[in-house]
Write a protein that binds this ligand. Structure first.
Ligand code: FAD
Ligand code: SIN
Length: 520
């Protein structure tokens, strides 16, 4: 058994920034980060566009950023949370810079601000098109400098340990030795990120399997807004299942057009903001166009853009396209919508507290109320930065009562049980991804959701028996977690009775407010 004061599960922006602060504040306390892959592997590392922050109040204002966030969230945001997150942005940016993260500047020394869908102003602070990579580098570097932080990579958190609605720690699988370690912690933070691989076609890396949300659900935490899955309009089109390369929305902010195969700039028909409408509208419009034309993808046209500033802002995208034979000065980039982000998750209050004592959640796995029915572009990194600070402030003041470790929780040992056939797991995973794409995608039908629910319940029962009788492995647990998340998405989609934001369902006798409006 390992005891620690703070157990942090996940090493993206949410987990690492909390770790840095709490370790500085309490140098005599132990901070432990467990993470299931290499320490830097996370959705954070792949963030491209940047962080939405009001840095120049001559053109922009907090009020405008607040309004853009609220419009994008389509009536379901928590207004107080939106105000809090938006107004704290500049302080959090200063901290990132102090930790060594670098952001692009103009010749005059101001931040070079990008624009993305749903933003009325240029306000996205970025590091070329690799903002997440730069942030992850800087904060991981800080973490490694703290003597009281231990980072345990390739450690997969299996389940939370709870007693009387109190979190006491977690069971964690050392993926290299196959040993299950019991962690006792005073405070536990879930910072496990998104769910992309439940859909197969996703911009997320393979670590995004919804583990933290599934763990919290098994521990009876409140989970909300799981029906609000965000599909990014412009993932690079290819036919294989797996992580898809993202063509940042900032490319449209830079002036790129969306076209059908025949060349029509179709977004002009759907929204006055055209390519810079919010993500839900652009993805739903592309979906409709593809159904109308029968084409496999639409295209992003950059041929009219100035190459030199383009390559300065988007060197990675330019090079990636070039490598696969797309010269962006001559060829359009084939794109499709792909799962990108989860707006819902583990319900937290303004201090990041979950409904379980001593358990906190931060970042993409949490549901704060900021995003409502659809997240405004580049508000995710901002949310994680603001909430890790909120949790830190709350815990900096919290009385330190060492949690009594309940004697009934003993070290969990791996018994000698048969190893599950990996082909079986791979087969169910593929079927699950297809089921989610077909039944819980951009457009949903009540009847399909109900059928999907039956299949998910059947897999859940099968998997419970398998977990009991076979050796626990990362793959097996991830599959169980994804089935749990699938169930939550499908169930909450069935329950929602009005279309809004990224949620579009057709059902008999239900208030199906038409989402995609044609511009008249
Ligand atoms: P993550 O960064 O995903 O970190 C989760 C961590 O938890 C990982 O280290 C993972 O290994 C670990 N973990 C998960 N499960 C377990 C387990 N069972 N045991 C142990 N460890 C576990 N947002 C913006 O605001 N601006 C952008 O420009 C932007 N661009 C994006 C581009 C891409 C391609 C993607 C995929 C996302 C983008 N986003 C962007 C969204 C944003 O990057 C994420 O929402 C955010 O980084 C999430 O941070 P996080 O710390 O919550 O989770
Ligand atoms: C992008 O660069 O298009 C992603 C931005 C985001 O997800 O907020």
């Amino acid at each position: 058994m390992i005891t620690t004061n703070y157990l942090i599960i996940g090493s993206g922006v949410a987990g690492l920034t909390f770790a840095i602060k709490i370790a500085d504040r309490f140098p005599d306390k132990k901070v432990t980060i467990v993470t299931k892959s290499n320490a830097d592997e996370s959705n954070t590392k792949y963030a491209q566009g940047g962080i939405a922050i009001v840095t120049d109040e001559t053109e922009d204002s907090y009020q405008k950023h607040i309004e853009d966030t609220l419009i994008c969230g389509d009536g379901l945001c928590d207004v107080e949370v939106v105000k809090m997150v938006v107004t704290e942005g500049p302080k959090r940016l200063k901290e990132l810079i102090a930790w060594g993260a670098k952001f692009d500047k103009t010749a005059k020394g101001n931040f070079d601000l990008g624009k993305e869908g749903g933003h009325s102003q240029n306000r996205v602070v970025h590091h070329k098109d690799q903002t997440g990579h730069e942030i992850e580098r800087a904060i991981l570097d800080q973490v490694h400098q703290k003597g009281n932080i231990t980072v345990l990579d390739h450690h997969f958190a299996l389940d939370l340990i709870t007693e009387d609605n109190q979190c006491l720690g977690a069971f964690v699988l050392n993926q290299k030795t196959n040993e299950i370690i019991t962690f006792q912690s005073d405070f536990t933070l879930l910072a496990t990120g998104g769910i992309g691989h439940l859909y197969g076609h996703t911009t997320n890396p393979i670590i995004a399997t919804g583990d933290g949300i599934a763990m919290a659900f098994r521990a009876n935490a409140s989970i909300k807004d799981m029906e609000f899955i965000q599909f990014h309009p412009t993932a690079l089109y290819n036919t294989s299942v797996g992580s898809k390369f993202l063509i940042s929305e900032a490319v449209r902010g830079f002036g790129a057009y969306l076209r059908t195969k025949k060349g029509t700039r179709f977004m002009l028909d759907y929204d006055n903001r055209a390519e810079l409408a919010s993500r839900d509208i652009v993805s739903q419009s592309i979906d409709l166009e593809l159904k109308k034309t029968g084409d496999d993808c639409v295209y992003l046209d950059c041929t009219h853009l100035d190459l030199e500033p383009f390559t300065k802002h988007f060197p990675m995208i330019y090079e990636h396209c070039k490598k696969i034979g797309i010269d962006i000065t001559k060829n359009w980039i084939p794109v499709v919508p792909a799962q990108h982000y989860l707006c819902g998750g583990i319900t937290v209050d303004k201090n990041g507290k979950t409904s379980i004592e001593n358990l906190f959640a931060c970042g993409e796995c949490s549901r704060t109320g900021l995003h409502g029915a659809n997240r405004l572009a580049s508000n995710s990194l901002l949310e994680a930065l603001v909430y890790s600070d909120k949790i830190y402030n709350y815990l900096a003041e919290a009385p330190f009562e060492n949690v009594l470790f309940i004697s009934s929780i003993s070290d969990c040992k791996l018994e000698l049980k048969p190893i599950i056939n990996p082909d079986y797991i791979a087969k169910i995973k593929t079927e699950l991804q297809l089921l989610m794409r077909q039944n819980a995608g951009i457009v949903r039908f009540d009847v399909d959701l109900r059928k999907a629910k039956e299949q998910l319940m059947q897999w859940q029962d099968e998997l419970e028996t398998i977990i009991k009788n076979n050796q626990i492995s990362t793959e097996l647990y991830e599959l169980c977690n994804m089935i749990t998340i699938g169930n939550l998405i499908v169930q909450q989609s069935i329950e929602r009775d009005e279309n809004c934001g990224g949620f579009l369902k057709f059902a008999p006798s239900y208030n199906c407010r038409k989402k995609i409006k044609r511009v008249t």
